[in-house]
Design a protein around this ligand. Structure first.
Ligand SMILES: Cc1ncc(COP(=O)(O)O)c(C=O)c1O
Length: 341
């Protein structure tokens, strides 16, 4: 079965498993796990921040950031398709009691002008705007890259209004590899940055939240409160360290394969995808109504040996990842040609 549902399906390689088995460990709730400390420091260095915090998931990382930046009844601006808003189970309302103010982006990208308009005046009737979240790359928009210039313009607006900036960089390293812009440059305008190790990087578990010492101290307290304190977590952190050290450059193969899939799909009748919008490892294509619903097509592809995700009534998502081979991509193309043509 060719699994194009998500880059989270990747399994640790033999070499990664060896690194995990041999990891030095300690009780991380006592702050004594050397591998966790190493991963936190290495990730913080990578994104140019003072400190990092290892957490079980990207969701917890984002939610800790929101909790640490805001007070109840504050407002947070994000893009309408943001993971934080659509796929984190209502976390901002539950954990932080903040209200979300979604902006309609173009391929996940909103502008400084939209932010300027959305930031509320200080007025007793209105919730204070405290935080803006940017997702880069943007999952639901198809792995698209948020232009750095626009991030700087948004940062200027945020700074002028005293609003904090959080980066949901679950797939930031995909943007790094696709553009050649280093992670610390992408992260520089942000007060906090979340990086996932368990997506295209291929580690089995975990994300690292990075920011200032004071911010990470707050997030650390909330991690314990949320039940995210882990003991000999070096076993899993070692997988993350291995991924950061050995797997980042490989992301370019995922990007190349995603583009190849998009170009092929675009030639099929009744399928629409703009290959130029495929910036990294996610392909979202539209299917003509006559071909059936997204869910029906997902089922037909599954019967032919290919797993994908119906994203909306007529949208299908494919994600390339390091556990696929060129032969898998060739076979996927044959399946698409057979099932969708
Ligand atoms: C952009 C983005 N942020 C956050 C997450 C959450 O990560 P996790 O599944 O580890 O909670 C995901 C998961 O796919 C994601 O795509």
């Amino acid at each position: 079965m060719i699994d194009l549902r998500s880059d989270t399906v990747t399994a640790p390689s033999r070499a990664m498993r060896t690194a995990m088995a041999e990891a030095a460990v300690g009780d991380d709730v006592f702050g004594e796990d050397p591998t966790v400390l190493e991963l936190q420091a290495e990730t913080a260095r990578l994104v140019g921040k003072a400190a990092g915090l290892y957490v079980p998931s990207g969701t917890m990382s984002n939610q800790l950031a929101i909790k640490s930046h805001t007070d109840p009844a504050d407002e947070m601006i994000c893009e309408a398709g943001a993971h934080i808003m659509n796929y984190e189970s209502g976390g901002p309302a539950f954990h932080s009691q903040v209200q979300l103010h979604p902006l309609q982006g173009n391929l996940g990208v909103f502008t400084a002008e939209q932010v300027e308009e959305a930031i509320r005046p200080r007025n007793v009737h209105q919730p204070p705007t405290r935080l803006i979240a940017i997702e880069n790359t943007h999952n639901r928009a198809g792995g698209t890259i948020f232009p750095l210039e626009e991030i700087h313009r948004i940062h200027d607006v945020a700074e002028r209004h005293g609003v904090q900036l959080h980066l949901d960089g679950a797939r930031l390293l995909n943007a790094v590899v696709a553009t050649g812009i280093p992670a610390h440059e992408w992260a520089e305008p942000f007060d906090s940055v979340s990086i996932c190790l368990s997506k295209g990087l291929g580690a089995p578990v975990g994300s690292v939240l990075c920011g200032s010492e004071t911010f990470i101290e707050r997030a650390h307290r909330y991690r314990k409160l949320f039940g995210g304190g882990m003991r000999q977590a070096g076993i899993i952190a070692a997988g993350g360290l291995y991924a950061l050290r050995h797997h980042v450059d490989d992301l370019r193969w995922d990007h190349e394969r995603a583009r190849r899939l998009a170009q092929t799909l675009n030639r099929l009748p009744g399928i629409e995808v703009n290959a130029d919008d495929v910036h990294t490892n996610i392909v979202i294509f539209d299917v003509d109504d006559q071909k059936g619903s997204g869910a029906e097509i997902e089922e037909r592809l599954k019967r032919a040996g290919l797993l994908c995700l119906a994203f909306a009534r007529h949208k299908i998502r494919l994600v390339t990842h390091r556990d696929l081979t060129d032969t898998d991509i060739d076979q996927a193309i044959q399946i698409f040609q057979k099932v969708l043509a």
